[in-house]
Design a protein around this ligand. Structure first.
Ligand code: MGP
Length: 223
């Protein structure tokens, strides 16, 4: 028998009944011979796929939030990941936004950046926001996360992270950035985000400095 594609060989039945039974998970039969029943196995090393940055998921629990003494005291970091495999292992085992309680905030920020105006890297920043009707944010949230951790933005260095906020009448997703006054970078991020989400409504960018002073701060940029 000629040497063929090893993967094809691995899936073919061989005349020797022991050959398949002997295979361990992850083994590939690299060569086979009907006559000799020769089996060579190759162990495939587990190779996780590293991300450009480490990221941390944070959660602000609505029931704890209602009792909190000051804003942010119920905010908790829950998991830091640095490979695509770790991302999926967490993402596949947590509630997605449509299943979170009203009042919850779920964040994914670059490691070492806290999702607070007070964090020194966020302090001069701002946020782009998308508002969605109830139960409609799951796919937008996943696509936002994949664009962030997959470094899809031309001005990705400007990005701190993203947050999904579940409220009684709507869900909101925001991308937080570092230098609100850098209009070129902010506008690029806003436009690219809309493309990645296939979102056609106008979105606005608010400076954190404005939000600190006024609960109803006006958008500084729109795309
Ligand atoms: P918000 O949660 O960003 O707005 O801020 P939202 O989602 O429109 O309002 P919500 O009531 O639906 O949550 C709401 C308020 O929380 C602000 O006006 C601040 O009083 C406080 N707050 C929000 N953030 C993000 C911060 C922060 O980073 N630091 C501090 N100190 N307060 C914050």
């Amino acid at each position: 028998m000629d040497v063929e594609d090893p993967q094809k060989l691995a899936t073919e039945k061989t005349p020797n009944p022991n050959t398949e039974d002997d295979l361990e998970e992850g083994e590939i039969v690299a060569g086979g011979d009907d006559d000799s029943s020769l089996k060579k196995s190759v162990s495939l090393p587990y190779q996780p796929h590293p991300l450009e940055h480490q990221w941390t998921f944070w959660f602000d629990n609505p029931s704890a939030k209602s009792k909190q003494a000051s804003w942010g005291s119920s905010l908790r970091s829950i998991f830091t990941f640095s490979t695509i495999e770790e991302f999926w292992s967490v993402y596949n085992n947590i509630h997605h936004p449509s299943k979170l309680a009203v009042g919850a905030d779920f964040h994914c920020f670059k490691d070492k950046i806290e999702p607070k105006w007070e964090d020194p890297i966020c302090a001069n920043g701002g946020k782009w926001s998308v508002t969605l009707s109830k139960g409609k944010s799951d796919t937008f949230w996943l696509n936002t996360l994949l664009a962030l951790i997959g470094e899809q933005f031309d001005h990705g260095d400007e990005i701190c992270g993203a947050v999904v906020s579940v409220r009684a009448r709507q869900e909101k997703i925001a991308i937080w950035t570092k230098n609100a006054s850098n209009e070129t970078a902010q506008v690029s991020i806003g436009k690219q985000w809309k493309e990645f989400l296939d979102y056609n409504e106008t979105i606005g960018f608010i400076f954190h400095d404005d939000a600190k002073k006024d609960r109803n701060a006006k958008n500084r940029y729109s795309v």
